[in-house]
Design a protein around this ligand. Structure first.
Ligand SMILES: [Zn+2]
Length: 128
């Protein structure tokens, strides 16, 4: 049985896992307890690559309070597998520094809190 608590716990340890439906093979990220394609509840952990390709992004210049010190940065949708995408931030000062198709790596900055939710910060690093 997959759970969102364990998903974040694994992510906090630097590992990215989705959920894979043992009935139809569909992969969800973050993992879901019920497959959205076939409604099966037989979902297993599936380890994903920590790298992907920028599919789209937006440049944030006015950030929310928790991220004020990090602006400007881009929030990117990263394609890990076909139909498996995840979001991360990358520090840039202009939108010319990144483009759709760039290869990126997820870098996890561990949560310093041991209390739920232990959401780590998820950064992206350009690979090329
Ligand atoms: Zn399924």
């Amino acid at each position: 049985m997959v759970s969102i608590e364990e998903f974040y716990s694994k992510l906090n340890e630097g590992e990215l896992y989705g959920g894979k439906c043992s009935n139809c093979g569909n992969i969800t990220l973050p993992p879901r307890q019920i497959c959205p394609k076939c409604l099966s509840t037989q979902i297993d952990w599936y380890k994903l690559s920590m790298t992907g390709e920028v599919e789209s992004f937006t440049l944030i210049t006015v950030a929310p309070k928790n991220f004020e010190n990090e602006a400007p940065y881009a929030v990117c949708i990263v394609k890990i597998l076909e139909d498996v995408k995840f979001i991360g931030r990358i520090k840039i000062s202009s939108q010319n520094e990144i483009k759709v198709g760039d290869k990126v790596e997820f870098v996890i900055e561990k949560s310093i809190s041991n209390e739920w939710p232990m959401w780590p910060k998820i950064y992206l690093k350009k690979l090329n």
